[in-house]
Design a protein around this ligand. Structure first.
Ligand code: CP3
Length: 349
């Protein structure tokens, strides 16, 4: 790999400067993304075209100097392949035509075969891998079973999660069986992405932080731990990153799964996270994405605080604490990237 800073940092090996990528680095804040998306029609048609996925994956790499590419796709491809009928409604986000509401519906769900039912994603990985050559590592990803289940049971995003929580309390065995099917599906899906050319794998647990601590362990962490165990058996050299948004209180338990790195949102202090788990895992994060709405001249100081908070030495991947906002002016992202390039070598001297 010509640029292996990202993979080295995930393995906590020395680097010349802190590697950097941005969650949702390909997306609507970029005019070139909007142009490709308009050509594709809707978002899922874009996801189903390996050539267009490759084009948008490369767009932020061509514009900025980033240290990793991330597959352009979505976490909801897996429940879509399970037959739920995914649609993205303009201004509303993802919606399933056939949400899962009871044990009967869960019983009927299958575990998708990645090379047939999710072939378009594997073709996108192969196409992007070919286009990148040895230039940069490629991150493959999936949603955590809990996060996928929230969309599958609620039928749409952004609620108080009362439907899935009621199932957790009234029918925990039904929810456990759904989470077990999802853990099996995501394990095979990530394994297939690795075989198709992904160099690191990330699990997005966007909604694990809405659970009580005990429920987090049962419904979010346990299924993720099964996936990590599978990946470490089939692809032990491939780094795995776990990201639970608002999961700062669970870092020790997350590190225990055997993953290589933890993604942090901005509500957790990087320095204290490092003293808690930094000898076991690398850390990725954690600038509040809202900072990129501030004046570029102010962004450098915010970057400096993130770098200072982690401190000197290996094991840090700079990132935002969540996806880049679509209102972000691309020049502001460029100012952050410039600041990481200029300031971070001093932390690796
Ligand atoms: O990081 C990257 O550049 C890779 C692409 C990526 C997308 N979605 C593309 C996308 C990744 C890693 C995801 C993950 C994802 N998808 C998550 C977990 C990460 C997180 O942000 O918490 C979640 C919860 C989803 C589900 C999802 N997909 C939502 C809630 C939305 C937004 C709906 C909206 O209209 O705001 C999507 C759509 C989506 N996924 C877009 C992109 C670029 C926007 C679609 C568009 O072009 O209209």
């Amino acid at each position: 790999m010509d640029n292996d800073r990202f993979l080295r940092a995930l393995r906590r090996q020395p680097v010349d400067r802190t590697p950097l990528w941005m969650m949702r680095q390909a997306g609507r804040y970029l005019p070139e993304y909007k142009a490709t998306r308009a050509r594709a029609g809707d978002f899922m048609s874009l996801c189903r075209s390996p050539e267009l996925c490759c084009e948008v994956t490369l767009q932020p790499l061509d514009r900025f100097g980033l240290d990793a590419a991330i597959l352009f796709s979505d976490i909801l491809t897996v429940p879509d392949a399970m037959g739920l009928g995914l649609r993205f409604v303009e201004g509303e986000g993802p919606v399933f035509d056939r949400p899962v509401r009871d044990a009967h519906a869960i019983e009927a769900l299958g575990v998708p075969d990645p090379e047939t039912e999710l072939r378009y994603v594997m073709d996108a990985v192969r196409t992007i891998r070919g286009a990148l050559g040895s230039r940069l590592p490629l991150i493959g990803f999936a949603g955590s079973p809990w996060t996928l289940a929230t969309y599958m049971i609620e039928g749409a995003g952004g609620s108080d999660f009362h439907t899935i929580k009621r199932m957790a309390y009234d029918a925990p065995e039904a929810l456990d069986s759904l989470l077990a099917k999802l853990a099996a599906s995501v394990s095979l899906y990530l394994e297939a992405q690795q075989r198709a050319g992904a160099d690191a794998l990330m699990i997005f647990d966007t909604w694990g932080g809405v659970l009580s601590p005990a429920d987090y362990v049962q419904f979010s962490l346990e299924p993720m731990a099964r996936i990590v165990e599978h990946l470490k058996r089939v692809a032990p050299e491939t780094p795995v990153i776990l990201f639970t948004k608002n999961g700062g209180q669970h870092l020790e338990a997350m590190a225990e799964t055997g993953c290589d790195a933890l993604g942090l949102d901005w509500t957790t202090d990087l320095g204290s996270a490092r003293s808690r788990v930094g000898t076991r895992v690398a850390l990725q994060g954690n600038l509040d994405p809202t900072w990129l709405l501030a004046q570029p001249a102010r962004i450098e100081a915010a970057v400096a605080r993130v770098l200072d908070s982690y401190g000197k030495g290996p094991g840090h991947v700079f990132n935002l604490g969540h996806g880049i906002l679509q209102q972000t002016p691309p020049e502001h992202a460029a100012a952050m990237i410039e600041a990481v390039r200029n300031l971070s070598p001093a932390f690796h001297a």
